[in-house]
Design a protein around this ligand. Sequence first.
Ligand code: SAM
Length: 342
Amino acid sequence: MPQSSLHDPRASLCDDLGRTVRYVRISITDRCNLRCKYCQSNAQTCYIPHDNILQYEEILRIVKILHGLGVAKVRLTGGEPFARKGCPDLISLLRTQFPNLDLRITSNGTLLQEHVPMLKKFHVNAVNLSLDTFDAQVFTEITGANLLGNVLNSLDALLAANIQVKLNAVALRGITQPALDDFIYAATSLGIDVRFIEFMPIGHDTAWSKDLFCPVADILALAWERVPLQPVSVDNPLQGPARMFEIKGKRGRLGFISPISNHFCHTCNRLRLTSDGYLRLCLYDDQQYPLRTLMREEKLDDLALAEKIKQVIRTKPLGIHLLQARKQQQPVAQRTMSGIGG
Ligand code: SAM
């Protein structure tokens, strides 16, 4: 297709509320070697059949189109991205084909250590490691696997390779508060960002409950009691929704992401692509658009696919409305986070 039309600045992805999409999270597999209670607590999860999973060439094609429409940042996620065979090949192809792309990965860190030289070689911009505790027993209780050591080894290897790392912890009542000193120590001793995200009632298989939910404001209040914090102002359109704080006189920062207690829908700049090739406009919305079918069966060319994507993005909803409309204790979206690409 003519590249020029995809690079037309007027072609950027805007919705009807004036938000511009600049960021896509791509789930490259729904498979995961962990069973985190907040994500998919049921070990009997049915995986998407192999034939329905997007092939790497299809992912590259969608990235090419989205990049042409102004998407500057791509995050590979899952499931666990390193659980998919050939994940390094995808990273290498993405970097080679899109040298300026801000390319990031979210991983549970259990299978990552051996891939650190590859991540370095292909200039992956940052890796987010999901880690909810530094206590091996609690880690096993949350994730169903005794693999904390693997995550810590991956963390060390990433830092030794000078790759930017952020730690993401789901705020869980009774689990995060007792671990706060460990998180603050990790942030200050390693000089990294540690971010706490509110537990969202997403997926038919989540163990979400009011009792486990902990507003990040509670963690922030506790952190203020431990260390002097200084809010960081951010002026970067690609920046995520975390409210960041420096720890005065120390390295490292703490971040707080509040999708439930203090939503940031008005500034949402992201899309999600599921591993079976559906575009999702909002984490809370089960409406999804079948790019796989448009590519495989309807055989749309790049220009037609770009038009279709621009059209659907206009309808990007305000997730807060969906959250408010949900019935008590029901999940706001049925697909698990590992299926959507959290
Ligand atoms: N397997 C990778 C990992 O663990 O980072 C990537 C996929 S995981 C679904 C992506 C992120 O979603 C993780 O940071 C995880 O903690 C977060 N997550 C999953 N379920 C969540 C929920 N119900 N509420 C908030 N965050 C959740």
